[in-house]
Ligand binder design. Sequence first.
Ligand code: CA
Length: 252
Amino acid sequence: MSVSAIWAPFPQARYPEPVSEGMVAWWDADDPSTITKDGSDLVSQWNDKSGYGNNLSVSGDSRPLWIPATGKTWTVIRTDGVDDYMQASNSDSLDVAYLSLFMVLKYNNGEEWPMVIRKAKSGYWTGGWGFSGPQDQATLRFYAGSWNVTYVSAPTTDFTSYAQLTGTYDKDLGSQNLKLWVNSVLKGTDDVTASISAPSLDLFIGDDLYSSAPSERYAAGVDFAEILMYERVLSTDEIAHNESYLNTKWGL
Ligand SMILES: [Ca+2]
């Protein structure tokens, strides 16, 4: 028996694992074992790999589309920018006081005030944290506390190709509590000390349900590749590790 025959059944790791300490959600669109879809590739569930069971789900016309691997990208989950979203029920683990967020995504289209990811505190505009756009969609904002007051912006054109973003929020810093990097370049900081803990509302990607009618929702058409969420602020070395993991994995 040849060496290759002995080892062939064992899959080789393609990249190192992300930091695990403090991870409360891990959605990986390139892991088919986490995705439930129908024969039309409409996704009804996208499971969390953190161990906390913060699974995303949705039904009916709001199901996003699973996109098979093409070119340098792996498989991704695409919200249509019309009515697609996914929702993770509120949980103790998602109710964070500190935050590190890593995402790989591409922005395709959306409505005014497109909402990419959000964990609101009370009412869809209020409190919590998220990554969303203003009315003109010229920028996308990583915000904490208040979507229209305390945020760091990046041009939406940063995300018209696949990009990696890192956002951190440390409520205990005296200033520069909120930071956003895109492709490892710091886009800015903001001073905010508001609580982002969200005792009651669910986490959403692609859109949310906290407005009165579908016509008043804020859909974002996004190719979601991977999302990592932590309940603590990762160190500089840990951030570099996760960015290297994501950039290597997704060919950025
Ligand atoms: Ca749809």
